[in-house]
Design a protein around this ligand. Structure first.
Ligand code: SF4
Ligand code: SF4
Length: 161
């Protein structure tokens, strides 16, 4: 591998997420940073007094629990006004963005995990690694809001390391 005089690999040989800022990425590069875990599509509860955020296993009504894909991605903000499309500023400021999230990892200067499709070349590895929400959610359409506290979970905030 050609190296520069300082011994580091040439910048042009680095993958785009190590070479570009979040703002510099193309739309396709930006979209590909999502590992497809759907952790961010789970409902969260915020303590009004402390601001603490806790996770639930209750998924957005548009989430396909098996594939972990949004069933109407192009119209998601119209269909679900609470849906928060990510941008570089939100990635850097939303405290609840999962620690395993590809956007958050890159914003923190960390590398992507092995299961990320950009590393593995396989969209299934995020499920095989047990990182995605597949098979672990209940739709918000099936839960009354007063029962949300019965579905609290901690794993969406966890990192394997
Ligand atoms: S948490 Fe991040 S990587 Fe996972 S689905 Fe949401 S945006 Fe994509
Ligand atoms: S609208 Fe789609 S992208 Fe937004 S939270 Fe719901 S499932 Fe996720």
């Amino acid at each position: 591998m050609p190296v520069q005089e300082n011994g580091n690999a040439s910048d042009s040989e680095l993958p785009f997420w190590k070479r570009l800022t979040l703002e510099e990425m193309s739309t396709a590069e930006w979209e590909s940073l999502c590992d497809g875990c759907a952790r961010c599509c789970l409902n969260k509860l915020e303590d009004w007094d402390t601001g603490e955020i806790v996770w639930t296993a209750i998924a957005c009504q548009l989430l396909d629990d098996e594939s972990c894909r949004c069933s109407d991605y192009p119209n998601r903000t119209t269909r679900v006004p609470d849906c928060i499309p990510l941008d570089p500023e939100k990635v850097r400021t939303l405290s609840w963005l999962p620690g395993t999230c590809g956007y958050r990892l890159v914003a923190e200067g960390r590398d992507l995990y092995w299961w990320h499709p950009l590393i593995s070349g396989d969209a299934e590895t995020v499920h095989e690694a047990g990182i995605s929400v597949t098979g672990r959610t209940i739709s918000e359409a099936d839960v009354a809001i007063e029962d949300y506290e019965d579905f609290l979970v901690t794993w969406p905030a966890e990192r394997p390391d």
